[in-house]
Ligand binder design. Structure first.
Ligand SMILES: Nc1ncnc2c1ncn2[C@@H]1O[C@H](COP(=O)(O)OP(=O)(O)OP(=O)(O)O)[C@@H](O)[C@H]1O
Length: 883
């Protein structure tokens, strides 16, 4: 075929797929042509040559057939979708067709041990469906929600590698923007029809059986559409890939602790704010010995539970493993021999598993009885561990193990087409071939000695190479002695090569036997691999069991080495921590433990204290202790009682963060708004500074109103660190608000020479110590001195004093800010609203005060409230300017 023809065929095939690139097999190479060739030449540093034909030239770049996988991986991991067209023999030559499309979400060959979720996002009738499938492990989940925020949080949790938005999502710019904010995975366009609920439902039934929707309790069109589209997409990417998805699991977002994307980031669960794994909670507590165990542990931390029974069961196992050091070591030693069975199952179904993969399956199945024995230890026997290990079908696992053991040779070659894969006794026909093969090779091996004896030639050897086949080589000095039947086939510098009729005959036989053996073994191997693939579900069960035990043992190892304690998990209930520590900071610092009590009487703590004193650490440690407890882990404390919460919401004052062109303050307000809308009475809210990104008065007003709203309306547990000293008076008016502060020593009122004690004590801090921190940070002395002067002047002349009365939510807010000369005044204590100072006020101030009185916090949405406060401030500022 001419280059023109090949390129023509290439372009025609490319037109059949919407993949970004096409690799087309041409004999021993996969070739990219035209634009694709230039593209991969750049991306992969491949040599691009010119193929000319009929006066036209075409760029061409190729990789050997056996080397395609790493190139595919590299392209796909950069987010490209690559179609692969294979060549096959036909009666009159050969033809090519696209056999698979490899995409980030369907790449079985990945070496990245973390979960590789393909996500579909669908919106139907105001509900969102989210399906997540990891074809490398067979995990397939679906959920629905009517909150776009929650959909975004889930997406962020699962950290997909590819996202397929359904048609209504694709057309919704806001929703798409939200998705892009929550994941940096490539967003792939896909056939609208695949998302149609009717067709999606049939797809699911074809894959999992007619009763699937009932059995997983999926009755939502959005969920069905999302899951069905996954099945359709995966089916298109290659034969067998879909078979790894052995079952569908529907989950309710309410089963897990709600952690919005911001909170997942703020708490540095899997990576630090700077994007590093080291220093994250996961890296700190991770002592797993398998990659499947690591995936499981990550999942637990990122999706803690709400169900106390599930949490307690995990804690029972962790407790037993924490106490029994020797048994724990034995469990971990056994797990150390396990390979990633979920991944191996997917490789078996996808047809890419080789003989060493199947041996890895055998060896990993072997660990199951050993693990059962390890957890039968008397100190573990009463824990849930024996039941966990008993969950997979142990008998089926043992028989598959035995089958693999009987079949496979101990040290098989890397390819599956050249024989040498099977043990003797596995297949009679193969044994017969091997017998004959050995007979011939034995004859060949003895030939040199026999010929030496027969001819008297001493420098004679028999060997084989690719060009000459088998030959007899004789040194030049003795070539006169070669017998007549020797035919010379090559002359070398010091020797000559010969063949004989008999040698040629034996050679033909060897080649025939090698080919038959290779073919037979390949067929036998494919059969064996298919039989393993049939057991994918069993392998996934065993793999998940091993992963679960590994994650539990990891938590126990950390608990034992860091002296963590089992939390008492109650539902619902207070959060009481005695001598708590921050799980990550305690590793690198001489940590000062602190107590914490959040209950019905004091559910809202206003945390004050100098900069750098430890406010954020104290609050994050509280959030992490709750999160760890609900993940089923011990916690860093002397003792802890953790009332189950439904969600943790945080806002952290990352002042330098600019997201998507929005101002820092806008981001801060959106986060606050989200928290105020999402948190319930059962939640834990952590606010680390609110309102700092704007003018002081605006900031105080917003923080004030937010505190009242959380206290009066939401009623959740809350920790709020602030530098607005004015807020501390809220504790006098709102019954559940208490002040605590992080103590410092050496406070002589001069801001100089203070020592951070890191202890949290009741009551508000005296004041802030910003100037001291500026000094510590090395700000030049004249600036520090001048700051002290200015501060003292401000304290004397323009103190901002909050002396207002806050309400329990049923009355009008009567907060009064005395803002010195430019602010507004109101005497909130004046029950009939008459104002002693009324005569002195300008009309703008009057009108603001009137509106302020009429505003019922209980009935005003937080966002409205914030907007109104801003407006009032602007009007007052205007008045001030005119004056
Ligand atoms: N209990 C503790 N024991 C020992 N070191 C601590 C403790 N708490 C905090 N630290 C250390 O103090 C430093 C400052 O803590 P943190 O960031 O929590 O202060 P902050 O009060 O929130 O500061 P800012 O107001 O400036 O945000 C941290 O680097 C941390 O390592």
């Amino acid at each position: 075929m001419t280059a023109d023809g090949i390129v023509g065929e290439f372009l025609a095939l490319k037109g059949e797929t919407d993949a970004d690139l096409l690799a087309m097999q041409c004999g021993d190479f996969y070739e990219f042509f035209a634009e694709d060739a230039e593209f991969v030449g750049d991306e992969l540093d491949l040599k691009v040559s010119e193929k000319s034909s009929h006066g036209s030239t075409y760029p061409m770049a190729g990789v050997p057939v056996d080397d395609l996988t790493p190139y595919l991986k590299a392209l796909v991991e950069r987010g490209y979708r690559v179609a692969v067209a294979d060549q096959y023999e036909t009666a009159d030559g050969h033809a090519r067709e696209i056999t698979r499309v490899v995409t980030p979400g369907t790449l079985l060959e990945t070496t990245d041990p973390t979960a590789q979720f393909l996500a579909t996002v669908v919106s139907v009738d105001g509900r969102y469906g989210l399906a997540l499938a990891d074809v490398t492990t067979g995990e397939f989940l679906v959920t629905t929600t009517d909150s776009a925020t929650e959909m975004g949080s889930e997406l962020h949790r699962f950290d997909p590698v590819e996202v397929l938005p359904g048609p209504t999502v694709r057309d919704d710019d806001d929703l798409l923007a939200r998705i892009r904010e929550r994941t940096d995975a490539p967003v792939t366009g896909y056939d609208d029809a695949a998302f149609a609920p009717g067709r999606a439902k049939r797809r699911l039934q074809d894959q999992f059986g007619d009763g699937v929707l009932d059995s997983v309790g999926l009755d939502d069109r959005a969920g069905v559409a999302a899951a069905g589209a996954v099945v359709a997409y995966v089916a298109e990417t290659g034969v067998g890939v879909l078979d790894a998805l052995t079952r569908l699991g529907a989950y309710d977002t309410g089963d897990h602790l709600d952690l919005d994307a911001t909170t997942q980031r703020n708490l540095e669960l899997t990576e630090t704010m700077h994007g590093e794994r080291e220093g994250s909670l996961l890296a700190t507590v991770d002592h797993t010995v398998t990659s499947a165990g690591r995936r499981r542990l990550r999942e637990w931390l990122i999706r803690p539970r709400r169900d106390r029974d599930v949490i307690d069961r995990r804690l029972d196992s962790v407790a037993a493993l924490t106490d029994a050091a020797l048994a724990r070591d034995r469990v971990r030693e056994v797990l150390g021999d396990a390979y990633d069975l979920e991944r191996l199952a997917a490789r078996a179904t996808g047809g890419s598993a080789d003989a060493s993969d199947l041996l890895a399956v055998r060896d990993t199945l072997d660990t199951l009885p050993a693990l059962a024995e390890a957890v039968a230890d008397s100190r573990l026997a009463d824990s849930p561990l024996p039941d966990i290990v008993d969950r997979p079908d142990r008998e089926a696992a043992a028989s598959l193990r035995a089958e693999l053991d009987a079949a496979l040779a101990e040290d098989p070659p890397g390819t599956v087409t050249e024989g040498g894969l099977f043990r003797r006794g596995y297949d009679d026909e193969l044994d017969d071939l091997i017998d004959r093969y050995e007979e011939v090779t034995e004859w060949l091996e003895g030939l040199a000695d026999r010929e030496k004896a027969r001819t008297g030639i001493t420098h004679l050897q028999v060997d084989r190479n690719k060009t000459d086949g088998y030959y007899v080589q004789v040194g030049n000095s003795e070539t006169d002695a070669v017998p007549d039947e020797y035919r010379e086939i090559k002359t070398l510098k010091n020797s000559r090569r010969y063949t004989t009729d008999e040698l040629e005959e034996r050679e033909r036989e060897v080649l025939r036997l090698e080919e038959s053996r290779g073919d037979l073994e390949y067929d036998l191997f494919c059969d064996l691999r298919d039989r393993v693939a049939v057991h994918a579900e069993l392998l996934q069960d065993v793999g998940r069991t091993l992963a679960t035990v590994d994650a539990l043992a990891s938590l126990a190892t950390h608990a034992a080495s860091e002296d963590w304690t089992r939390p008492a998990v109650v539902e619902p209930g207070p959060l009481v921590v005695e001598a708590g520590r921050h799980p990550v900071v305690e590793r690198t610092t001489d940590f000062v433990p602190n107590d914490l009590e959040l209950d019905d009487d004091r559910g809202f703590l206003l945390v004050t204290g100098p900069n750098m004193s430890g406010k954020s650490t104290y609050m994050r440690q509280a959030a992490l202790i709750v999160l760890l407890a609900q993940a089923g882990s011990f916690v860093p404390a002397r003792s802890a009682t953790v009332g189950v919460v439904d969600g943790i919401y945080t806002r952290v004052g990352a002042l330098d963060e600019l997201a998507g062109g929005r101002s820092t303050f806008m981001v801060e307000m959106q986060e606050l708004s989200n928290i105020l809308h999402s948190a319930t009475e059962e939640s834990l809210v952590v606010l680390d500074e609110v309102g700092r990104g704007t003018a002081t008065y605006d900031g105080i007003s917003i923080a004030w109103a937010a505190t009242e709203y959380i206290h009066n309306e939401v009623g959740c547990k809350c920790l709020f660190a602030t530098h607005y000293h004015e807020l501390t008076t809220l504790a006098d008016h709102l019954p559940r608000v208490e002040n605590v502060h992080v103590a410092v020593a050496g406070d002589d009122g001069t801001d100089e020479d203070i020592t951070f004690l890191r202890t949290v004590e009741d009551g508000p801090t005296d004041r802030s110590y910003g100037v001291h921190v500026a000094d510590l940070a090395g700000v030049p002395e004249p600036v520090v001195d001048r700051s002290r002067d200015v501060l003292n002047r401000l304290r004397e002349d323009r103190a901002i004093e909050a002396r207002g009365a806050a309400t329990d939510g049923s009355e009008t807010t009567q907060a009064v800010f005395d803002l010195g000369s430019g602010g507004f005044r109101d005497d909130g204590d004046d029950a009939n609203g008459d104002d002693a100072n009324g005569d002195d006020r300008d009309p703008a101030t009057e009108s603001v005060l009137a509106e302020l009185r009429e505003t019922n916090v209980a009935e005003t949405s937080p966002v409205d409230l914030l907007t109104r406060v801003r407006e009032w401030q602007e009007r007052l500022d205007g008045t001030e300017a005119e004056e």
